[in-house]
Ligand binder design. Structure first.
Ligand SMILES: Nc1ncnc2c1ncn2[C@@H]1O[C@H](COP(=O)(O)OP(=O)(O)O)[C@@H](O)[C@H]1O
Ligand SMILES: O=C(O)C1=C[C@@H](OP(=O)(O)O)[C@@H](O)[C@H](O)C1
Ligand SMILES: [Mg+2]
Length: 292
C-alpha cells in the first residue's frame, strides 16, 4: 500500500488498567504511535500521534466548563448511540471536516473516546512531521502551500488505517486528493453558523489560526468577514462530506433559541445518529469494509 512504508501504528492500553469514567465504559483506553511521512521537504519523524483522549468529564471547553456533559443522562445517551453504531461502522475511520472553530477537534475527541477509536488531529500531525510547534509557524516560515502538502501526506498516511477519528484542518477539503483519502472512511461536516464561529474565534484568539490572524480592533467582525469569504470559497468542497451535522437544525430540534446552547456532547450524539443513518442506508456493514 502506498502509505505503508511511512507509517506504523501500535495501539496500546493507556495507564495501568481499564478505565471506568463518566461513561462507565469498561474497555482499555487506546493510544497510538504513528509514523507519519512528511512532505518531500520535511523528513519523516517518529511521532507520538494520538494523544490519549482525556476522560470526557475532564475536557475543558471554551465556555470554561470542566465537563463536556450536562448530565449523566447525556453521557449515557452518548454511550448508547455509540453502541448502536459501532457494529455498522465496522472499524471504518471517521473524518471531521468543517470551518475553523466548528468544533472538529472538540467533538472528535468525544467520538474517539466513546467509540474506542484512536484520536488524531491532522494539524498536530503536520506540526510533528514538520518539526515545528504550531501551524502558524509553519505558515510563516514555509508557506500555506507547504502546509497543504504536509496535510495531504498526513491524510494519505492515516487513510491506510482503521478505527481512527481524525479532526482535519478546516482547509483540508479544498484539495480533491484529500477527499480520495477521506473517502476511505466516513466524513462528517460540522455546519456551524458563521456568527457562532466568529464568536468562538474571537473568544479564543486567532494566534493559532494564521488565516484569521490579522490585527483588528474588532476581532469578531474581522473573523466573521474572513470566515464568510472562506465559507463561500469552500462551500462545494464541504458538501462532499458523507454526513452533515447542522447546529442550526439540531438547536431547533432541541428547542434551543441559539446554537450556543448545544454542548459538544449534543453534537457528538447527533453525529453518531447521522452516521448510523448513513451506514444503514448504504449497508456498509456488509459492504466495502469486509476487508477489516
Ligand atoms: N459546542 C461548542 N460550544 C461552545 N464552544 C465550542 C463548542 N465546540 C467547540 N467549542 C470551542 O470552540 C473553539 C474551537 O473548537 P475546535 O474544536 O478547536 O474547532 P476546530 O477544530 O473545528 O477548529 C474551542 O475554543 C472550543 O472549546
Ligand atoms: O481552515 C483552514 O484553512 C485552516 C484551519 C486550521 O485548522 P482548524 O480548522 O482546526 O482551526 C489549520 O489547519 C490551518 O490554520 C488552516
Ligand atoms: Mg482543530
Amino acid at each position: 500500500m502506498e502509505a505503508a512504508a511511512g507509517l506504523a501504528m501500535q495501539s496500546r492500553a493507556v495507564g495501568a488498567g481499564r478505565r471506568s469514567g463518566a461513561l462507565g465504559g469498561d474497555r482499555p483506553a487506546r493510544a497510538a504511535t504513528l509514523r507519519v511521512g512528511g512532505p518531500a521537504a520535511a523528513p519523516a519523524l517518529r511521532v507520538r500521534g494520538a494523544r490519549p483522549v482525556a476522560p470526557l468529564c475532564c475536557v475543558q471547553t471554551s465556555r470554561g466548563h470542566q465537563s463536556l456533559h450536562n448530565s449523566v443522562d447525556e453521557a449515557l445517551l452518548l454511550k448508547r448511540k455509540a453502541e448502536e453504531v459501532q457494529f455498522e461502522l465496522n472499524g471504518r475511520c471517521i473524518y471531521l471536516v468543517g470551518m475553523m472553530g466548528s468544533g472538529k477537534s472538540t467533538v472528535g475527541k468525544i467520538l474517539a473516546e466513546v467509540l474506542g477509536y484512536s484520536y488524531f488531529d491532522s494539524d498536530s500531525l503536520v506540526e510533528q512531521a514538520v518539526g515545528m510547534p504550531s501551524v502558524a509557524q509553519i505558515f510563516k516560515v514555509h508557506s500555506e502551500a507547504f502546509f497543504r502538502d504536509s496535510e495531504s501526506s498526513v491524510l494519505r498516511d492515516l487513510s491506510s488505517m482503521h478505527r481512527l477519528v481524525v479532526a482535519t484542518g478546516g482547509g483540508a477539503v479544498i484539495r480533491p486528493v484529500n477527499w480520495r483519502y477521506m473517502k476511505k472512511g466516513l466524513s462528517i461536516m460540522l455546519d456551524v453558523p458563521l456568527d457562532a464561529l466568529a464568536k468562538r474565534i474571537a473568544q479564543v484568539g486567532t494566534a493559532s489560526r494564521p488565516l484569521l490572524d490579522q490585527p483588528s480592533a474588532d476581532p469578531y467582525t474581522a473573523a466573521f468577514t474572513k470566515l464568510s469569504l472562506l465559507a463561500e470559497q469552500r462551500g462545494d468542497a464541504y458538501a462532499n462530506a458523507d454526513v452533515r451535522v447542522s447546529l442550526e437544525e439540531l438547536a431547533a430540534k432541541k428547542g434551543h433559541d441559539d446554537v450556543s446552547q448545544l454542548t459538544p456532547t449534543d453534537i457528538a450524539v447527533e453525529a453518531l445518529q447521522k452516521i448510523k443513518n448513513f451506514v444503514t442506508e448504504h449497508s456498509m456493514a456488509s459492504g466495502p469494509f469486509d476487508d477489516l
